[in-house]
Design a protein around this ligand. Structure first.
Ligand SMILES: Nc1ncnc2c1ncn2[C@@H]1O[C@H](COP(=O)(O)OP(=O)(O)OP(=O)(O)O)[C@@H](O)[C@H]1O
Ligand SMILES: CC(C)(CO)[C@@H](O)C(=O)NCCC(=O)O
Ligand SMILES: [K+]
Length: 259
């Protein structure tokens, strides 16, 4: 079985893939101090809780935080006796290499989203991922990542408002009743909710204008379903797109790479 690990700047997600389905998905906050042994205590406790017979033989990691990779490698080696595949490292092949400026390194999560979305939908796509950052990945006809957009994440923007303005409280993102807020919290929620609807619509419209073929828009990340209630922004929403992409890249390396 394959253990897929998706480390974002905010959260780290583990998912066990048995070759045809994900048996469970476990989430923890990303902390670079966490050791291999700490990962195992957390992982094995939850696996036991879910009563899953997970015989892990392979591990694949995508990490937007380079310094957590060392301890995850030790974790894979010590507890599963396997050398993990790390997306973005030279020995991890991608089904289609990205076409970007020379010397730039694309976030591994964006490469993984690209591979996952292309596998499910073919090319000419925009993948919108609502994580720590709100990212837009453009996937060409042949499945290559060819660029995109990085905007501040929704929760980051809310935190920034709260941190910078003494009178603005911490609020959660939610769909407000009306656009015109009649109290501070409602005003902030309106700014974030309708602001991000406008951001996503504006950016995807402009990408479509710049790209010379029809494109599908795929939404992913925890907040995609919430924003889809505000406007028709996406052709589909897939909460497991990153995990799916990890299984696609792993399978590709089994067939063509050094695994
Ligand atoms: N209605 C909601 N309000 C606030 N947060 C929500 C809501 N629905 C989902 N979430 C949050 O979305 C997050 C899931 O987002 P996702 O995994 O896509 O990115 P992330 O973990 O925030 O970022 P990264 O992947 O960059 O670490 C979870 O932390 C979850 O609590
Ligand atoms: C943009 C984030 C933070 C989104 O997780 C990540 O993909 C990243 O660190 N990217 C590196 C820069 C780039 O993708 O062009
Ligand atoms: K993510």
């Amino acid at each position: 079985m394959l253990l897929c690990i998706d480390c974002g700047n905010t959260n780290t997600v583990f998912s066990v893939w048995d070759g045809s389905q994900f048996l469970c998905t476990l989430r923890t906050s990303t902390e670079h101090q966490r050791t291999a042994d700490q990962y195992y205590v957390w992982y094995s406790t939850l696996i036991a809780h879910h009563k899953i017979d997970a015989m892990i033989t392979d591990v694949i990691i995508s990490s937007t935080v380079p310094r957590v990779v060392f301890n995850l490698r030790v974790f894979a080696d010590r507890y599963f006796n396997t050398r993990p595949l790390v997306v973005g490292r030279p020995d991890c092949l991608l089904p289609v290499p990205p076409r970007v400026d020379q010397g730039t390194s694309v976030g591994p999560d964006r490469l993984v989203n690209t591979a996952g979305a292309y596998d499910r939908h073919g090319g000419d796509l925009i993948v919108v991922d609502f994580g720590t950052a709100t990212t837009f990945d453009v996937v060409a006809e042949d499945g290559a990542y060819v660029g995109g957009v990085i905007a501040p994440g929704v929760n980051l923007s809310l935190e920034a408002l709260h941190a910078a303005a003494a009178a603005l409280p911490h609020v959660d993102v939610t769909k407000p009743q009306a656009v015109i807020g009649t109290n501070t919290v409602a005003c902030m929620q309106s700014g974030i909710f309708w602001g991000y609807i406008g951001l996503v619509r504006g950016i995807t419209d402009r990408i479509r204008g710049e790209y010379d073929r029809p494109m599908q828009i795929i939404g992913t990340g925890g907040l995609a379903p919430l924003f889809a209630t505000g406007d028709v922004l996406f052709d589909t929403i897939e909460d497991d797109l990153t995990m799916h992409g990890l299984t696609v890249i792993h399978a590709y390396n089994k067939e063509n790479g050094t695994l």
